[in-house]
Ligand binder design. Sequence first.
Ligand SMILES: NC(=O)c1ccc[n+]([C@@H]2O[C@H](COP(=O)([O-])OP(=O)(O)OC[C@H]3O[C@@H](n4cnc5c(N)ncnc54)[C@H](OP(=O)(O)O)[C@@H]3O)[C@@H](O)[C@H]2O)c1
Length: 286
Amino acid sequence: MTENQLIVVTGASTGLGAATARELSRQGFHVLAGVRRERDADAIRAAGVEPIILDITVPEQIEALAARVAADPRPLRAVVNNAGIQVNAPVETLPMGEWRRVFEVNLFGHIAVTQALLPALLRSRGRVINISSIGGRIAMPTYGAYAGAKFALEAVSDSLRREVAPLGVDVVVIEPGGVRTEIAGRGIATATDLATRMTPDQKQRYGSLVRAINTLMDTGTASGLTADAAARAVARAVTVRRPRARYPIGRDAAVLLRLARFLPDRMLDRISAANLRRHRPAPAAV
Ligand SMILES: NC(=O)c1ccc[n+]([C@@H]2O[C@H](COP(=O)([O-])OP(=O)(O)OC[C@H]3O[C@@H](n4cnc5c(N)ncnc54)[C@H](OP(=O)(O)O)[C@@H]3O)[C@@H](O)[C@H]2O)c1
């Protein structure tokens, strides 16, 4: 039954996207797995996993994806908007070009892919699965751009869900906590590089904060779920008959979301500061 249905997964070269593509193909779906490079296409290609070159910030590649889906007689069961980048820096120091890059990938790219595939999803009464984050509900220091784009993705998901539910399309948000993927290593490298570009004054103000967040990023993902376990949760959101609007993934996400729901902001500020203090090195250059 499922092999007669298509699923699109973006950002399938590594991490959660690759694991989700493989899990859904194991369940019998035919997965169109978006990757940006031929060598990643070769690595993910398998029975039931068909790579497609897709940078979600490139309109022509999104058009080609929509044409590929439209030409396929199989119904489109879901699009999993998973691609993402992690860019951490204090609001004061993150260059505007980087702010725009984060929003291009983590928000506008998903909207563009969703717009392009909605006609097919409406025909098949399919599902939009948006991979947000715990950072889509709580904004830690240096997460301004990442959390800003994820909060926005949550809001856009709410609007879209209310627009297309009457038309038979479900919209589901996934909110992972730590998952062991490439993202932490990439995020730490980016944050470290951005920190070297700070002025001496900014380094004085934020250097130890950046170091503490890097440590937290490292430990938070290292103690997180495997990508395979998180992928099984994403697959459940694709296949469950009546999906919830939101699925936190992992114990850390469930606990943090509960705290965020019930504690006042000032209390959350104190918890965040105390947590960071434990990881803060003595004030020094980054
Ligand atoms: N891991 C976690 O702890 C965690 C927690 C919360 C939420 N998430 C979310 O989970 C999703 C997957 O992240 P991950 O942890 O699996 O990280 P990852 O291993 O770094 O994977 C990110 C994927 O996104 C792709 N990507 C980046 N920019 C792209 C673009 N412009 N167009 C298309 N694809 C692009 C990457 O492709 P390239 O290899 O070509 O760069 C890669 O396939 C992200 O949305 C992330 O925010 C992860």
